[in-house]
Design a protein around this ligand. Structure first.
Ligand SMILES: [Zn+2]
Length: 329
């Protein structure tokens, strides 16, 4: 008997507890339901320790930020540098609390530094034009080489990462802009003066000339060492700018030995009047180019048959060399 009553008591006890537990669990569910009806988990976002907003969807926001850092918002942005990533803190807030993922994203973007990637096409290591891709840059260089552009051997491509966006050109525009017509090299003998006016008679040029460089005349016009000197030499340091003596049209640009003149330029001033500038280092003009008086056309050097830096200047009238000192220096 004793045993049975004990068992009965225990059963009653368990039943009571079970009912009670079920009640507690129900109550808990109700409470959670009530709380989640009013509150929701939201991420509070801060940047550099400063609160910038609440995010509705943290993983989506993070993904968007990561994508932006990796490739910016398209175009030629290579990547974006962001000093600090935002911090997220989980909190339960009333459902009415407004979230602003868009604003948070914009604030982070504002503080980021975009790096643009593009390709520079260089001539003699000077950046001349920019294109979007390496393939385009290669195409420009190849087309210029196929067209036998005068500058084809000085072309190079540089990959650039810059914070400044550059205006990018199309392949067609680049080729058109950078193409330099090859100078038709005439034989220096056909362009050499056919004679010299050794008389003291000064011919009226009809134009006034200015000194192409300032300096001292180191060799005069006329007979010299058993041969004739068809111009004058003016000593000046290498690289000194040479100015056009008068306005005119460039009729010859020649690189190389040039029959002794070295790199030289001839300008026609009309009425059969021409000036020649010899032994230059650089030639800054092209055949057919119109130049004004005083415009820099070349720089002083010692190319061709020359022993030191100087400008060899000739003035010709109908192919006959005149004494420049009748007009200048
Ligand atoms: Zn000379």
């Amino acid at each position: 008997m004793f045993q049975i009553s004990t068992i009965k008591k225990t059963i009653v006890h368990i039943r009571t507890w079970t009912k009670f537990s079920i009640l507690i669990i129900l109550a808990a569910f109700l409470m959670i339901g009530a709380i989640s009806y009013i509150y929701k988990p939201i991420y509070s976002v801060s940047l550099h320790g400063e609160f910038i907003g609440y995010s509705e969807n943290k993983s989506k926001l993070q993904q968007r930020i990561n994508e932006y850092i990796e490739k910016g918002n398209g175009g030629n942005i290579a990547f974006v540098e962001v000093n600090e990533l935002p911090e997220y803190k989980l909190c339960f807030l009333k459902k009415e609390v407004p979230t602003n993922d868009e604003e948070i994203f914009n604030k982070i973007v504002e503080k980021g530094q975009a790096y643009y990637k593009y390709y520079a096409i260089c001539i003699s290591n000077e950046e001349k034009a920019y294109v979007s891709t390496f393939e385009q840059a290669e195409q420009v260089v190849n087309e210029l080489k196929n067209k036998d552009s005068n500058n084809k051997n000085e072309l190079s491509i540089i990959e650039k990462y810059e914070t400044e966006a550059k205006e990018l050109a199309t392949v067609e525009k680049c080729v058109a802009d950078l193409y330099e017509k090859k100078v038709v090299v005439q034989s220096s003998y056909t362009i050499a003066a056919t004679g010299m006016n050794t008389s003291s008679k000064k011919i009226d040029l009809g134009i006034s000339l200015i000194r192409p460089v300032s300096g001292t005349v180191t060799s005069r016009f006329g007979a010299r060492w058993g041969r004739s000197h068809k111009g004058i030499d003016i000593g000046a340091p290498k690289g000194t700018a040479i100015k056009a003596a008068a306005a005119g049209t460039v009729t010859l640009v020649q690189y190389g030995y040039g029959g002794g003149y070295g790199n030289h330029v001839i300008i026609s001033h009309g009425n059969g009047v021409e000036t020649l500038y010899g032994h230059c280092t650089t030639l800054n003009v092209k055949v057919g180019q119109k130049v004004s008086q005083g415009q820099v056309i070349a720089t002083v050097g010692s190319t061709g048959n020359s022993t030191g830096n100087h400008l060899h200047l000739e003035i010709r009238v109908n192919g006959v060399a005149q004494n420049p000192q009748n007009y200048l220096y």
